[in-house]
Design a protein around this ligand. Structure first.
Ligand code: SAH
Length: 410
């Protein structure tokens, strides 16, 4: 029998609108005997049923709401169905022959809090950022096996949540849907295609997903502006945007990141794509890589040196509380880019902070333009691809927003 949890009066509005997060301050009472990590029936103060949720006192989000239908039967079978449905919703996207990397589960937006699963050509990588996800990992892995039949499933705990959620870091592997402790020291890199460009990720290490497939559509749009341009790709990571700049026939590209291994991988990607004739001959020779802090590197750049820039920083606002400082950081980064870029240049600028709304980000760009004394035109409003859906009742799922802008100085 699920336990009963009652919310405080005045704290029921968001849960009733299907927002999935309930923090401890919103809880009025919990039926005695509740163990850590168990199903809960969640009620409003007036006794109305709101939702079924997963209650876990050790999680920083103490209650995750999962189903708003009273007659849902909450058990492992329900989680399995959520996974199968999530994969099925992506059927339309799987027909694309040019891409075999895509997100199969996108956390709360697919009703599976703190669970991200990415498919990379026959292999799957799961990133867990909640106790809920950790608890149900075996069920999730087995359902992914059932629906996609991958060669291997690898699961890692997102390091930035391991502490707050009390989760053990490390890689867990599943073969044929069953967990295995078989060692994979010599496992080759996972190779996949995105928009007919080849990339690879190293298995069994690192965190997150190893590749950011949320930027797929945006890379394709940015490519249209590369022709003949001198490009600065800031926060380049392993070169998702850089490869597209090369295919779009940029005149040169400088790729900057604080991670030297990521830049090594970027160069490898360029050479491999050239070898496989997925990039024009001579592409790799157009790249300069710089291991540096992008904020200070941008300041050191000469004015008018570049006529296209890509700004794809990591999440600068980790929480709503950190928003004010993050607004300043986004503004500053964009202001300096606008100052340095050539008249008529193109900037593809992004924020992946869930706490920062699209409107706020536009406002920040407005402030930056005013301070830099330039006019900007928005050419494209960008977001994550369709495999990273935005669930309207969970606005935080619209975490990635971007704009391609033209900077006018005369
Ligand atoms: N544009 C990339 C994804 C960027 S992810 C792509 O298309 O794949 C963010 C990157 O920023 C990471 O590679 C991280 O190493 C890098 N990074 C974080 N802080 C940085 C800093 N202050 N200066 C330079 N790079 C930074």
């Amino acid at each position: 029998m699920p336990y009963k949890v009652t919310l405080k009066k005045g704290k029921e509005k968001l849960p009733m609108k299907h927002h999935p997060w309930v923090f401890s301050g919103a809880i009025s009472s919990v039926e005695p005997g509740f163990a850590e990590g168990d199903w809960a029936e969640v009620y409003a103060s007036d006794g109305r049923f709101i939702a079924h949720g997963w209650y876990d006192e050790k999680s920083h989000i103490i209650l995750h709401l999962i189903s708003w239908m009273k007659d849902s039967r909450m058990d492992d079978g329900f989680i399995r169905d959520l996974v199968l449905k999530s994969v099925e919703r992506r059927n339309d996207l799987m027909r694309d022959q040019r891409t075999n990397a895509l997100r199969l589960i996108h956390g709360e937006a697919d009703f599976l809090p703190g669970v991200a699963a990415d498919f990379y050509a026959e292999k799957i990588r799961i990133v867990i950022s909640s106790r809920f996800g950790y608890h149900f990992l075996p069920v999730i892995a087995s359902a992914l096996q059932e629906s996609m039949d991958p060669e291997i499933i690898e699961a890692v705990v997102d390091r930035s949540y391991a502490g707050s959620e009390g989760l053990k870091e490390g890689v867990r592997r599943f073969i044929n849907g069953k967990e295995t402790d078989k060692k994979f020291e010599v496992e080759n890199d996972w190779v996949f295609l995105e928009d007919n460009l080849l990339y690879c990720i190293e298995p069994g290490c690192g965190q997150k997903t190893g590749f950011y497939c949320d930027q797929r559509d945006n890379r394709m749009i940015a490519e249209r502006y590369a022709e003949g341009r001198t490009v600065l790709d800031l926060f380049s990571f392993t070169g998702g945007f850089t490869m597209h700049m090369l295919r779009g026939n940029c005149s040169s590209v400088t790729s900057v990141d604080s991670s030297a291994p990521a830049l090594q991988q970027l160069l490898y990607h360029a050479r491999e794509n050239e070898l496989q004739m997925l990039l024009p001959e001579g592409s790799a020779d157009k790249i300069t890589v710089v291991t540096d802090d992008c904020f200070s590197y941008l300041r050191s750049v000469k004015e008018d040196q570049y006529d296209m820039m890509i700004l794809d920083p990591p999440k600068l606002a980790k929480t709503k509380g950190a928003l004010e400082n993050a607004l300043k950081a986004y503004k500053d980064l964009n202001r300096v880019a606008m100052l340095k870029i050539r008249n008529g240049g193109i900037i593809a600028t992004f924020s992946c902070s869930g706490a920062l709304s699209r409107e706020d980000f536009r406002m920040v760009l407005g402030w930056a333009a005013t301070d830099a004394g330039v006019e900007i035109q928005i050419l494209h409003s960008l977001s994550a691809g369709a495999d990273h859906p935005v669930r309207l009742s969970f606005p935080e799922s619209e975490y990635l927003k971007g704009f391609i802008i033209k900077v006018l100085k005369d």
